[in-house]
Design a protein around this ligand. Sequence first.
Ligand SMILES: Cc1cc2nc3c(=O)[nH]c(=O)nc-3n(C[C@H](O)[C@H](O)[C@H](O)COP(=O)(O)O)c2cc1C
Length: 168
Amino acid sequence: MTTAEATVDPEIVKDVHRQFVTGVTVVTTVDGDTPRGLAVNAFCSVSLEPPVVLVCVQATSASYPALFRSSHLAVNILAADQLPVLRVFAAKGHDKFASIDWEPGRHGSPIIGGCAAAIEVEIGERLQAGTHTVFIGHVIDARTRDADPLIYRAGEFLAPSGLTTITE
Ligand SMILES: Cc1cc2nc3c(=O)[nH]c(=O)nc-3n(C[C@H](O)[C@H](O)[C@H](O)COP(=O)(O)O)c2cc1C
């Protein structure tokens, strides 16, 4: 840890993150025949050409060992009406998929029904970053639906219909 990191007030860092708006995803994989997944908002596009993305997953998550072993994962971008799905995947549960509409994607990772979009990713690098691992990989399949995405800001969930478009 550098001196600069050590002197930043963690409460201010939290406030910084509360000012950053994201969507919410469910990152999935298969462990043998068993589907695994967790809610993740640390998802980001790295590049478009080639299409590369990253997700950050806490090593203490129950889903983590399966993800670390896996060659592939899927990122399911939740729709605004999928708060119940988010609740399932943001909690620890043995069979999260029992109550969920899903199917295996072309490359095997679970694709959740009703999402705004979903991609399958071939995992390239796994970078250790303290408590989390950054999974970086190539997008090898993608689909979108005409549905509003779920929006996450400062611990609250929003729908795009509740937001105002800013024009210059
Ligand atoms: C909105 C939201 C975003 C989250 N983002 C992440 C994330 O980016 N990375 C992560 O490891 N956990 C994230 N979590 C927490 C995990 O979803 C949570 O710890 C979950 O219980 C892990 O499940 P598991 O232990 O069964 O794998 C998030 C939770 C919520 C509600």
